[in-house]
Write a protein that binds this ligand. Sequence first.
Ligand SMILES: C[S@@+](CC[C@H](N)C(=O)[O-])C[C@H]1O[C@@H](n2cnc3c(N)ncnc32)[C@H](O)[C@@H]1O
Length: 258
Amino acid sequence: MIAAARKRCLCVCVPKCYGQEAIMRLKALRLNADGLKAKRDAEFVYIPLARKPTTDEWVSLQASIPQIQPLTQDFEERRRKTLAEELSGTIPQNLIAKLPRAFDVIGDIAIVEVPPELEAYSKLLGSAMLKLHSRIRTVLAKRGPVAGTFRLRQLVLLAGAPKTDTFYKENGCMYHVDVVRAYFSPRLSGEHRRVASLVGKHETVVDMFAGVGPFAILIAKTAENAMVYAVELNPAAFELLKENVRLNRVEKRVFPVF
Ligand SMILES: C[S@@+](CC[C@H](N)C(=O)[O-])C[C@H]1O[C@@H](n2cnc3c(N)ncnc32)[C@H](O)[C@@H]1O
């Protein structure tokens, strides 16, 4: 990565605990300014925008990200090499257009879908992702769909540390996840928050399919005196659920049930 000049531009300011969610939503709306570096202070993250959101986009952002505010700030310009640039000359030129444009990041693990045409080059792709994204330690590739009672997906190592577990912060909660042994999707972050926001004070909730706990733990942390019975059938997910209950200090309000 090459640091460059500064640029004044429109941005959104969000509380730090919603930073990752805000970045995902802005990316989905193609609103994030790729060439500028987000910045943070003690409480907030400032995410530069590529353009002014439309009224509808702004309404949807306000509905999903608490305390989001528009501001104008100075940001450091950056120029990250693209995968295409990194792999140009290493893989056949006609396959450059097939390179994945996005991938999931959970903690320090990236999960990518490799198109069949690029299968022979998948390890090179993984190594390039590691090189370009310093926070990623492991690159895994999807092999088939999420399937079975436990809703698991087969993943194979492309590059980096041979591990499948990591710690992931979502909606202000910390989760130990294992992307092979227990279901977890960072794409459900907004849904976890939406459902938790529906729970009132002193309510008792049964989370019938709790996984590693992203609904149950957030409910316990955000709904005053709510209690959650968190039911999970997968032994590996159940162990992580119990650990996450302890990690988030909600032992008195979330009761894991196997
Ligand atoms: C799609 S995942 C959702 C997990 C979690 N709610 C989340 O958002 O990450 C469904 C979970 O239900 C669990 N499950 C499947 N059948 C179950 C059952 N009969 N009783 C309890 N849990 C079950 C699976 O092991 C899996 O972890």
